[in-house]
Design a protein around this ligand. Structure first.
Ligand SMILES: N[C@@H](CCC(=O)N[C@@H](CS)C(=O)NCC(=O)O)C(=O)O
Length: 203
C-alpha cells in the first residue's frame, strides 16, 4: 500500500491528498506533525533527511519528497498534467513560482500568525516582508487569471492544486483576497472541479 507521510493542517501535504482523492488512488495516511516534533525524530529523518512532510512511500518502499515533485509523479499520464509541451512548461513555471515566490510568504505568514510555536519568529519586519511579497505573488496570479481560467490554460492541472493549497487559506495569514477578484473566482472554479475535497479530508 502507498503511504503518505503528512500533516493535517499543512497545505504542502494537502496537495498530494487532494490529487490522490481526485485520482481515486488508495493510500494510507501517516500523520507526522512538525507541531509535536515528529518530523525531527531519528526514525523519520532516516526516511527523509530533510525532516519535512509530505513524503510519499511507494508499495516497493521507494520514496519521493517535495510536494510538487510528488504531484508530478502522481499526475503522470492523467488529465492533471497536460500532454502538450508548452502547457506542461506552464505547469512547471507555476509549480516553481509556487515554491519560490508564493509559499515562502503566504504559507509562512499564516504559520507565523496562527501556530503558537512560530509566534517568536513573528517580528514586525518578518510580518511586513511576508505581507508585501505575498501580495506581490497574489498580484501575479491575478494578472494570469484575468486572461486564463486555470494556470496552464483552459484546463485544470496540478499547477492549480499547488497554488490552491495555500491561497485558499491566505486570509488566515492576513491577506485580503477581496482585492484579487480573479483569484477569488478561480478558487471557486477549483472547488467545482470533480472530486474536490477539503484540506481536512483523509482516506
Ligand atoms: N518544499 C517542501 C516544503 C515542505 C514543508 O515546508 N513542510 C513543512 C510542513 S508544511 C514541514 O515538514 N516542516 C517540518 C518542521 O518544521 O519541522 C515541499 O513543498 O514539500
Amino acid at each position: 500500500m502507498t503511504i503518505l507521510y503528512s500533516m493535517i493542517d499543512s497545505g504542502n501535504c494537502y496537495k498530494p491528498r487532494l490529487l490522490m482523492a481526485k485520482l481515486g488512488q488508495s493510500f494510507t495516511n501517516v500523520e507526522v506533525s512538525s507541531h509535536t516534533g515528529a518530523t525531527r525524530t531519528a526514525e523519520y529523518v532516516a526516511k527523509n533527511p530533510n525532516a519535512m512532510v509530505p513524503m510519499l512511500e511507494l508499495d516497493d518502499g521507494r520514496r519521493i519528497a517535495e510536494s510538487n515533485a510528488i504531484l508530478l509523479y502522481l499526475a503522470e499520464g492523467t488529465r492533471f498534467l497536460p500532454a502538450d509541451r508548452y502547457e506542461r512548461g506552464l505547469v512547471y513555471q507555476w509549480l516553481f513560482f509556487e515554491q519560490y515566490s508564493h509559499e515562502p510568504y503566504i504559507a509562512v505568514r499564516k504559520a507565523l500568525v496562527t501556530f503558537p510555536e512560530r509566534a517568536k519568529d513573528a517580528t514586525p519586519e518578518r510580518l511586513a516582508t511576508t505581507l508585501e511579497r505575498g501580495n506581490k505573488a497574489l498580484g501575479v496570479m491575478e494578472q494570469r487569471l484575468q486572461r486564463s481560467p486555470f494556470f496552464a490554460g483552459n484546463v485544470y492541472s496540478i499547477a492549480d492544486i499547488a497554488l490552491y493549497a495555500y491561497t485558499h487559506t491566505a486570509e488566515y495569514g492576513g491577506f485580503a483576497l477581496s482585492s484579487f477578484p480573479a483569484v477569488g473566482a478561480w478558487l471557486k472554479r477549483v472547488e467545482a472541479d470533480p472530486g474536490h475535497v477539503p484540506i481536512e479530508w483523509l482516506p
